[in-house]
Design a protein around this ligand. Structure first.
Ligand code: C2E
Ligand code: MG
Ligand code: MG
Ligand code: MG
Length: 279
């Protein structure tokens, strides 16, 4: 047994290991139940214009309404979903739920959906997206698929899938930008429309040099620049001065239920989204 290998082995036995293995299997089994029995919930965090702070869309963020633990954030289960392969079913559910919800929003509001490496490698992924768009009635240009940098170079059907999504008219965004293996050649070759500066580069005071460099890079490549994790008016002002087009963060709005977002939208004058540059 791998776990008993010891010296030179890949994993050393530690007391309690079976318990943790059992815990993980239990989590995966419960998550499977959650996906199939309607315990998942999509929350939405508004994305706003800079300057102006007007809502142009929202990012879909999955939660698990756990029967005994309460509302769980993705930090509690996404990794287990990825490792077990359940992320494919989970991601498909989020895609359908988010597009169905966004189709009810007024104007040209957009929805962003996070997609993991495993999903994007699946040959059938573009068909799944096409079906979600068709069944919801959401126009393709109102859907943005968020991927991470490491994932954009991730083998299998990935490159073909990214192009297929683009051909459908779906927008692509590079999420958590700056934390992965970003290279200039990736930006030049990957058919993305938007980059989202990771919130670790939105400092509370201190230097905005990285945020500045990323904004300039976005301009050079003709990409929309979004800043995430904006928590203060000061940060919003700095990012606006640096040329960020969009922002997301607690300063503007926290992730909220679909019903709360609808109520908020009902009280807003909705802007028409500016078309993204197509390359
Ligand atoms: P992300 O895509 O980078 O999403 C942004 C995260 O930052 C969200 O955390 C959001 O609640 C949080 N956030 C937003 N504004 C602020 C702020 O001003 N300050 C701080 N400190 N945090 C802020 P959340 O909802 O816990 O999601 C965490 C991550 O889980 C996401 O990061 C994304 O990578 C992943 N995720 C969420 N939903 C899905 C999904 O449906 N599928 C997949 N594959 N991944 C998902
Ligand atoms: Mg995201
Ligand atoms: Mg992000
Ligand atoms: Mg992030």
């Amino acid at each position: 047994e791998v776990k008993a290998r010891g010296e030179g082995g890949i994993e050393r036995y530690r007391p309690g290991m079976e318990a943790r293995g059992a815990e993980r299997r239990r989590l995966v089994a419960d998550l499977h139940t959650a996906i199939t029995s309607g315990q998942l919930v999509t929350h939405f965090q508004p994305v706003v214009t800079l300057p102006g702070g007007r809502i142009t869309g929202a990012e879909a963020l999955v939660r698990w309404q756990h029967p005994s633990e309460g509302l769980l954030g993705p930090g509690a289960f996404i990794e287990a979903a990825e490792q077990s392969g359940l992320i494919v079913a989970l991601g498909a559910w989020v895609l359908r739920d988010a597009t169905r919800e966004a189709a009810t929003w007024p104007g040209e509001l957009t929805v962003s959906v996070n997609v993991s490496a495993r999903q994007l490698r699946e040959t059938g992924f573009p068909d799944l997206v096409a079906a979600a768009l068709r069944d919801s009635g959401l126009p393709p240009h109102r859907l943005t698929v968020e991927i991470t940098e490491s994932l954009a170079v991730g083998g299998g059907a990935t490159a073909g899938n990214l192009q297929a999504l683009r051909d459908l008219g779906v927008r692509l965004s590079l999420d958590d930008f700056g934390t992965g293996a970003s290279t200039l050649s990736l930006l030049a070759s990957c058919p993305v429309d938007q980059i989202k500066l990771d919130r670790s580069f939105v400092p509370d005071g201190g230097s905005f040099a990285i945020a500045d460099a990323v904004a300039q890079m976005a301009r050079a490549f003709g990409l929309q620049a979004v800043a995430e994790g904006v928590e203060t008016a000061e940060q919003a002002a700095r990012l606006t001065a640096l040329g960020y087009d969009r922002a997301q963060g607690f300063h503007f709005a926290r992730p909220m239920s679909a019903a709360d977002l609808r109520a908020r939208l009902a009280g807003e004058v909705v802007v028409t989204a500016t078309p993204l540059g197509h390359r």
